[in-house]
Design a protein around this ligand. Structure first.
Ligand SMILES: Nc1ncnc2c1ncn2[C@@H]1O[C@H](COP(=O)(O)OP(=O)(O)OP(=O)(O)O)[C@@H](O)[C@H]1O
Length: 607
């Protein structure tokens, strides 16, 4: 779909790869705005908030249970086992069993519900982002690479998803367990609490040291992965060009280079991040040894009970594990927030503005006027791409646009379809400024037939129906017949139900043209925007295309970027474009008689 949005006039990006890379790097390095990103996620969670509160309640319950368990064991040791006092023991043991069942149940439920919330949130983000992409102006896509947008849709969303799935609960429960354990430990023995905590500063310094390195490495890894994904995308969509210029070895070499970089960064980022649990484990065991050793000495002196040492040794583990988890989750949270921020960055992009209401429907006749129209693309240093262009094409007329490459012909069509807004002047249809006609209304009465038509991975039938989604099978077939496409379609393996793969690779360029003419016929547009194919198509197919186009253009206002003399001859009016200016206008005969620029162009092409 994304490609389809850009497709109509092909993608002409004048930003260099380096410019894009620089822009992307700048984005990655930008400080993360945690507050607004988390606020945005909170808004997306929306009606699931009540369930989220229940999940948090479950987390509180599981934290309480995990505090109660060791406490009860300590009491059983002190009050029953050490004193060989068995009365009431069975009650406590049942209590213990109930606590551990409660713990398991609350853990299961919090996990189950949280996964539901996470999946729903991700679903919203994913559909929200996709919907947003459909509403963004073409100029947005001009500035970004396919790979970058794909990465937002896939990697970033996946990152947020896995973090929401598990990390959220872990972070909350870690904090609760930490606070709870600390309070209970302090109330039992401040001295043993202090001993348990001796290890924390060491832990803090060690994790800080490691996370700093992993944080940097993860960022680099994301960047390297983005560059690699971009290259994969490019090499797949541009495979024909790669092969045509025998650039396979260079592509392989460049890929190997990028891949090696990713491997090296991936190695170190994983070594460092994988190191955190090992270091934590070591410190954990050290803490356990201190509590057991010093606690043992205190017990010998009768200052603490054996039960208290058992409780503390268990709490010591319980205390460092959340710290360990928090440190572990730190990077996940960082990278998920960064990913979410990038996704929301796109969500906050300005959509195509529509001054006109969708409710006001203009049934167009197709009388088109350009009044002193000037326009400049955002990413160009040129003063103007279109300069002061004025013309009038009456409803039902065919206008041919001719001129050298880069003269601005395609831009004229893009302005008429409101892919871009004019900077100066005005375009009107039936004397209504096009800004007063909603894009939806305007475009639904236009159709495009392009040099290199885009086909979806769908059946032939659905590809034609794309022009008018509620067209019946009969209407689709009727359009295919008029477009001279029916015969070749019937020769395909499954006729209209033949599935076309990646951009219709299995049918010829000429046949693609015929399908796209059929698609335009189904759309039954008032205004037709046509970029004639330049590639040489065999004469039989060319005749078929010509005939189909004539049928298509009949009774409609048509703008044709003309590459064939025949089309120019049949046009009611010919516009000659030169460096963004309309330099001549008239019928072909008038222009030839005038012996001006068009005449010279004709002479040059005949020379
Ligand atoms: N998306 C874009 N961003 C920036 N500049 C662009 C963009 N598209 C086109 N241009 C520039 O605008 C100028 C006019 O381009 P346009 O595509 O309208 O010419 P054209 O006459 O249709 O050429 P061609 O016959 O080669 O298709 C060119 O200099 C081109 O580089």
């Amino acid at each position: 779909m994304l490609k389809a949005i850009r497709e109509p006039f092909g993608y002409k990006n004048i930003l260099t790869k380096e410019d894009i890379q620089k822009k992307r790097n700048k984005k990655v390095d930008r400080a993360t705005n945690w507050g607004s990103t988390l606020g945005h996620i909170w808004r997306i969670v929306d009606e699931q908030r009540a369930l989220l509160i229940i999940v948090l309640f479950m987390v509180v319950a599981s934290s309480v249970f995990s505090l109660l368990g060791p406490y009860l064991i300590g009491k059983i040791i002190d009050n029953h086992i050490m004193k060989a006092q068995f009365a009431g023991l069975s009650k406590l043991i049942f209590g213990l069993i109930a606590i551990y069942i409660g713990l398991s149940l609350s853990l299961f439920l919090q996990n189950y519900w949280m996964i539901g919330i996470a999946q729903q949130t991700i679903y919203r983000m994913r559909t929200g982002l996709f919907t947003k992409l459909q509403k963004l102006p073409i100029s947005f896509f001009d500035k970004r690479q396919h790979g970058e947008l794909m990465s937002r849709m896939t990697n970033d969303i996946e990152n947020v998803s896995s973090t929401l799935n598990s990390t959220f609960i872990q972070v909350f429960s870690s904090v609760l367990t930490l606070v709870g354990t600390l309070v209970v430990m302090l109330s039992m023995s401040p001295l043993l609490t202090l001993l348990t905590m001796i290890i924390i500063p060491v832990m803090f310094v060690a994790t800080r040291w490691i996370t700093r390195r992993t944080g940097k490495l993860f960022k680099e890894q994301q960047r390297a992965l983005g560059a690699l994904n971009g290259m994969i995308e490019e090499s797949i969509s541009g495979q024909r060009i790669v092969k045509a210029f025998s650039q396979e070895p260079r592509m392989i070499e460049e890929f190997a280079e990028k891949s090696t970089k990713l491997r090296q960064i991936g190695f170190w980022s994983n070594v460092y991040s994988g190191g955190i649990p090992k270091v934590m484990n070591l410190l954990n065991n050290a803490s356990f040894a201190i509590v057991a050793g010093v606690g043992g000495l205190l017990a010998l002196k009768g200052q603490v009970t054996i039960g208290t040492i058992v409780i503390f040794s268990e709490y010591a583990r319980q205390f460092t594990r959340p710290l360990n988890d928090l440190a572990n989750q730190f990077n996940n949270v960082l990278s998920a927030i960064a990913g979410a921020e990038r996704v929301f960055g796109i969500m906050n992009e300005e959509e195509e503005k529509d001054l006109a209401s969708d409710k006001v429907i203009h049934q167009l006749q197709g009388d088109v006027k350009f009044n002193n129209v000037s326009f400049k693309y955002e990413q160009t240093d040129a003063t103007h791409t279109i300069k002061n262009v004025s013309f009038h094409v009456e409803a039902g007329q065919t206008a041919a646009l001719v001129g050298a490459t880069g003269a601005g012909k395609t831009t004229i069509l893009q302005l008429l379809a409101r892919y871009y807004e004019v900077n100066n002047g005005e375009i009107t249809i039936d004397d209504t400024p096009i800004q007063a006609i909603s894009r939806q209304n305007l475009r639904s009465q236009m159709a495009f037939v392009l040099q290199d038509p885009f086909l979806f991975e769908e059946t032939v039938r659905e590809n034609i129906r794309y022009g008018q989604l509620n067209a019946t099978d009969e209407e689709v077939e009727e359009a295919a017949r008029k477009a001279n496409a029916h015969d070749f379609i019937m020769k395909l393996k499954n006729g209209y139900d033949t599935f076309l793969t990646a951009d219709g690779a299995e049918i010829s360029q000429g046949q693609k043209q015929l399908l796209s003419i059929a698609r335009a016929l189904v759309a039954d547009p008032v205004i037709l925007l046509l970029d004639e194919a330049t590639s040489s198509i065999d004469t039989v197919t060319e005749l078929k295309i010509q005939e189909a186009l004539e049928r298509l253009m009949k009774g409609r206002t048509s703008f044709v970027i003309a590459h064939r003399l025949n089309t120019v001859r049949q046009a009611d009016i010919v516009f000659v474009m030169q460096q963004g200016e309309l330099v001549e206008a008239g019928t072909q005969q008038e222009l030839t008689e005038k012996q001006g620029i068009y005449y010279k162009m004709l002479e040059e092409s005949n020379a």
